[in-house]
Design a protein around this ligand. Sequence first.
Ligand code: AMP
Length: 459
Amino acid sequence: MAKEKKKMPAKKKATPKAPTKKKANVVVKEPVFKVSKKTPQTLRGFKDILPIDEKFWNYIRDKVRAIAYDYGYDRIDLPLLEDTNLFIRSVGKDTDIVGKEMFAFQDRGGDNVSLRPEATASVARAYINHGMLNLPQPIRTYYIGPMFRYERPQSGRYRQFNQFGFEAIGDIHPVLDAQLIILTYKFFEELGIPVNIQINSIGCPDCRKEYKTQLVNYYKTQKSDLCDDCKVRMTKNPLRLLDCKEEKCIAIAEDAPHILDWLCDECKNHFVKVLEFIDETEIPYNLNSSLVRGLDYYTKTVFEVWPESKDKKAQNALGGGGRYDNLVEMLGGRPTPAVGMAIGIERTILKLKELELEVPEKEIPDIFVAQLGEAAKRKCLGLFEDLRKEGFKVAESFAKDGLKNQLDIADKLKVKYALILGQKELSEETILLRDMDGGVQETVNYSKVIKELKKRLGK
Ligand code: AMP
């Protein structure tokens, strides 16, 4: 035994780890893997989107694609994980989204990364990275995809949710703001969801500076009645004092100075023009002086889409957007004005359901292929492909054997015709064509069945 032991290979020295690109003072925490016997569940605030809801998602995505096509926006797909700095420099480190809600962590190389909480910053990054300023301006682009925010989950508020957004980068003309708002309104109008657009202008950094001083002076006189968050906002992010949801703070905000009274001439003119363009279209909107939006990059026009209901809480907003004329420059690009919006897909679907609006059903298959016996099953696999190639939408249940079982499924699918292939038909080179409405069956020559179906289904 002792000898054998000696023969065993000497204990290997630990393989030197690949050098990791560590940042100064960065200690990368290894994840702790604990195995539990319980069936894993989705994380809090994360949801499975099930096939039963597919029709809603398809409907929204199709509508987004159609609107994008009509208004000349091209699709962009961006990474879900970005350098954390991107969001700190754009959305702002003192905003709720960056300060409290980001899924931010260090990757195995020690880089600070975040699951994107929104996508406008990524679009602006991509605009700079790919030299899009050399293309005809404005660049019009849209995205659809998941965003991540560590928020307190509740109805219509999740930690992973989906947005689509439209961005027009590279032109300052107010007609772009107006058309984006029109497009947003039309999206909801065409779905049948009544909405009201809330609009405001938060000016540029110059006029906002003066306004912020006025605002803070006013809030100083009310400080003892403010909620704790607002006391912090007074120094960190005074504009957000205006959209605090605490009842006592809402009352205080009502008497706060209005930013529209402090806009510089350029911002005022821009805003007036935006409204004039929108007025051409009879789209209902409200001037809302406490609308500020939660992100640092906004300038001039800001807007939100509120569902038309008695419940006027902004947290039920279906979407929002605005101008962000300094964002590209904030990220290291040339000064480039831009305007965009983002709409929450889950909230839109909740509204469709709540209002019981009609959503296109899944397409009903044209034909069901039923089979009896092993040889027929094999032949039907090929028949399925032949029919599919001819452009029919075909259903089957090849894993089942009994005819009744298969026809029950065809019935549930509301299929118009079923083809039935059994031993007898196989040997006679025929197939049964069954009209599922009345149950009438006829024998058709196998080689002629596709032609016959084309005739009957008008293909
Ligand atoms: P924001 O980027 O905060 O302006 O959000 C735009 C839209 O995205 C909102 O109006 C919502 O429809 C949707 N949204 C934002 N946060 C969430 C969330 N946590 N869960 C579900 N939808 C959200």
